[in-house]
Ligand binder design. Structure first.
Ligand SMILES: Cc1cc2nc3c(=O)[nH]c(=O)nc-3n(C[C@H](O)[C@H](O)[C@H](O)COP(=O)(O)OP(=O)(O)OC[C@H]3O[C@@H](n4cnc5c(N)ncnc54)[C@H](O)[C@@H]3O)c2cc1C
Length: 465
């Protein structure tokens, strides 16, 4: 199948691959000023960007659209109601299958980790409390049960986790230790007499903090604690600990020995019920140790196929890497939303009569272009002028960009160690820009760059700022 993309013909050779078949073939529209508007085949571009998980992304996009009222709810509901609405919505989304794609099919999941990452990052185009609640419930809590537990844990919990019926927490961070997980202060001591682990918050800064689902909705928590067996420390391990139980009227109340507090108002994500947890000698059965990488026998013998404690610790944490990948992907998509709003607004809003009869478009101001065109996006721009005045140094030449059989080949100057926003503008820099952007003049006058639609252009008018 052939597609046109930015004046280039593309052949779709697989659902996740789009290959250029020849060089630029011109463009569809041109204005009196000489600006050429490239033709963009939107469906082909969408296929290219969606990749092999297009169907998954479409499902999430349609759910985002169906539940878009949450964006208003976030502004208008009380914090308590907003939290409840986010929870309801997460459970409703779970019923469409979008949040369970990373779980095995036998437990109601989709059996495809890649699909779950695609679904998660697409979800970040919407309300971020929904995203984080999904991340806590299915990625962190469900992911820990799946990755650190064994069949008995999977059988006991996964089906109800996938539907959202059983809400839970990933209780790793403590007030005293966030990044340094190996130094956590919560202790789990094995009691051979009762074959139970005794979970204890050993000091005030060992309380669990900022734990999603803790303040309101979580029934279980995967608690990360220092395991002690027969008086010997075995390092951080994960335990399933009930933090809420139902009282006689069916209401969820804190489990015996568990103290729960609300982290309260945050700078964002107020639809997520983050909370604090303290454990006062809370007893859980021996089976509640998530024992994929280490176990304790009933008689109190510690066993692990990984001898080295450090290697064991990092193997355990390594299985949770999916959460980090998801956060990166979601962060990028959330930034795309902000960028799109900034660019679209700046293409409509005019302020101050800097030149000509009309007031200037916001996007024609260099100060507005800078935050909307960060270094990682420079390879996608089509004119050196859109970025090289910021990126180049007095000694680095402007970039060149050529078409090759395998696509665009761009040679960019080495990224300077000093960030662009701290670099003084230099004559050589502007002069270099002029070599690939003929309208730019060197010397004291700087080229003015603006953007129309999807491509950058260098305007003939120069601005002496
Ligand atoms: C909204 C929200 C939700 C959360 N949900 C959960 C949850 O559900 N479960 C959970 O367990 N936790 C949760 N957390 C906690 C989160 O995981 C921690 O905030 C995170 O691990 C960082 O720990 P910290 O805040 O103690 O920062 P610190 O570890 O004190 O780090 C502070 C700064 O120092 C830097 N730093 C630390 N150590 C080093 C080093 N060795 N070298 C260089 N730089 C370093 C860090 O990068 C950071 O910039 C949540 C936090 C927030 C804000």
């Amino acid at each position: 199948m052939n597609h046109r993309l930015g004046g280039t013909r593309f052949e779709v050779v697989a659902t996740d691959t789009v290959t250029p078949t020849d060089g630029p073939t011109g463009a569809s529209t041109s204005s009196a000023s000489g600006y050429v508007q490239p033709e963009v085949d939107v469906p082909a571009l969408t296929r290219l960007l969606d990749g092999r998980y297009a169907e998954v992304r479409n499902l999430v996009r349609s759910n985002l659209s169906a539940y878009s009222s949450i964006l208003t709810d976030a502004e208008t509901l009380s914090r308590a109601d907003y939290r409840e609405r986010v929870k309801e919505l997460v459970v409703e989304m779970a019923s469409t299958g979008q949040t369970g794609m990373g779980f095995p099919e036998e437990y109601g999941g989709g059996g495809d980790i890649g699909a779950s990452i695609a679904a998660f990052e697409t979800l970040s185009f919407g309300d971020l409390s929904v995203l984080v609640k999904v991340g806590v419930q299915f990625g962190l809590f469900g992911g820990a049960i799946l990755q650190l537990g064994t069949e008995r844990h999977h059988e006991a919990y996964l089906r109800r986790i996938v539907t959202g019926e059983l809400m839970g927490c990933f209780a790793m961070t403590e007030t005293g230790h966030g990044s340094n997980v190996q130094a956590l202060g919560t202790v789990a001591t094995y009691d051979v007499a009762t074959q139970e682990f005794v979970i204890t918050t050993t000091r005030e800064d060992a309380r669990k903090d900022y734990i999603g689902n803790a303040a309101e909705h979580g029934e279980l928590a995967v608690v990360f604690a220092q395991l002690e067996v027969g008086g010997e420390g075995r390092g951080v391990h994960a335990f399933v600990v009930p933090i809420r139980v139902r009282d006689d009227s069916g209401e969820l109340v804190p489990a015996p020995g568990v103290t729960i507090a609300d982290d309260g108002l945050k700078m964002g994500l107020n639809g997520v019920d983050n909370g604090r947890l303290w454990f006062d000698e809370v007893r859980v059965p021996r089976d509640n140790l998530l024992n994929r990488f280490a176990d304790v026998t009933p008689a109190g013998v510690y066993e692990s196929p990984i001898d080295n404690p450090n290697r064991r610790f990092f193997t355990m944490l390594g299985t949770l890497i999916q959460g980090r990948v998801c956060v990166g992907g979601a962060g990028i998509n959330a930034a795309k939303v902000a960028l799109t709003i900034a660019v679209k607004y700046a293409l409509r809003r005019r302020q101050f009569e800097a030149s000509g009869e009309q007031e200037e478009l916001l996007l024609d101001y260099g100060m507005h272009q800078r935050p909307t065109s960060s270094p990682p996006s420079r390879a996608t721009t089509t004119s050196c002028c859109s970025w090289s005045p910021r990126a180049c140094s007095p000694t680095t030449p402007a970039t060149s960009r050529t078409w090759t059989s395998s696509g665009w080949s761009a040679s960019w100057p080495a990224w300077p160690s000093t960030p662009w926003w701290r670099r003084p503008a230099s004559t050589a820099c502007w002069s270099g820009c002029a070599t690939c952007c003929p309208a730019a003049t060197s010397g004291t006058r700087r080229p003015a760059c603006s953007t129309r639609s999807t491509s950058w252009r260098c305007t003939a008018s120069a601005r002496s700022t």
